[in-house]
Ligand binder design. Structure first.
Ligand SMILES: *[C@@H]1O[C@H](CO)[C@@H](O)[C@H](O)[C@H]1NC(C)=O
Ligand SMILES: [Cu+2]
Length: 229
């Protein structure tokens, strides 16, 4: 009985892996044109892995998408590569956890392999009935929109989309990360302070030291506060 349950849980968990894939600039669907598409939909296995930078084995795109400062970007996640359908949850099963979006100014978004990331959006665990960022994502067909801060300097940036599944328990976060290559136009002069990936998160961070099923669990945001612009 116990073995059967464990096996079922393992199967459900595999089918519920996921991957960030597509980008919308305003209402224009850019699909994967400016995405560093990752090699598979598995989670990153360690917070100290180099995969924390832009995901598992990402392939840089030859394209950079122009985005006017102060306008909307949308990142889109689905369980299977090349999927757009809403018939399956974007990140299903029991993959509860926050959704976070960062940006880093880089010299060339097509080749950058490091960056100083500031946070531009976060859905943690909130609401009158507490709701996880991943649940909000599923309710929106995998899409999460945010505003590119109006005052940041123009130039190339990497957008780093992240979901961290926390169902496996204390000390076992499972991040899913993909980067998008953009060129901000018409910006201001701000260069927000940022953090490095890997490096910004530690297993000793409060979010990762207690299981989400623990009655005394409280949400503590990982990484820096959202840059308010
Ligand atoms: C970014 O946009 C600026 C302003 O339109 C343009 O001059 C520059 O060539 C663009 N850079 C890239 C890499 O697209
Ligand atoms: Cu999974």
């Amino acid at each position: 009985m116990k073995t059967g349950l464990v096996l079922l849980a393992a199967v459900a968990s595999v089918s519920a892996h996921s991957t960030w894939q597509q980008l919308w600039v305003g209402s224009t669907d850019q699909a994967t044109k400016c995405s560093r598409v990752v090699k598979d939909n598995n989670p990153i296995t360690s917070l100290t892995s180099s995969d924390m930078f832009c995901g598992r084995g990402p392939a840089a795109s030859a394209n950079v998408c122009d985005v006017a400062a102060g306008t909307s970007l949308t990142v889109e996640m689905h369980a299977q590569p090349n999927e757009r359908s809403c018939s399956q949850p974007a990140i299903g099963g029991n993959h509860y956890g926050p959704v976070l979006i960062y940006m880093a100014k880089v010299a060339d978004a097509k080749t950058a392999n490091s960056g100083s990331f500031f946070k531009v959006a976060e859905d943690g665990y909130k609401g009158s009935t507490p709701t996880w960022g991943t649940e909000i994502l599923n309710a929106n067909c995998g899409k999460r929109s945010f505003t590119v801060p109006k005052n940041i300097a123009s130039g190339n940036y990497l957008v780093r989309a992240e979901a961290i599944a926390l169902h496996a328990g204390a000390g076992q976060p499972q991040p899913y990360v993909t980067c998008f290559q953009i060129n901000v136009t018409g910006g201001g002069s701000a260069n927000p302070a940022g953090v490095s990936f890997p490096g910004a998160y530690k297993l000793s961070d409060p979010l990762f030291t207690k299981a989400i099923y623990d009655s005394s669990f409280t949400y503590t945001s990982p990484g820096p506060a959202v840059y308010s612009g």
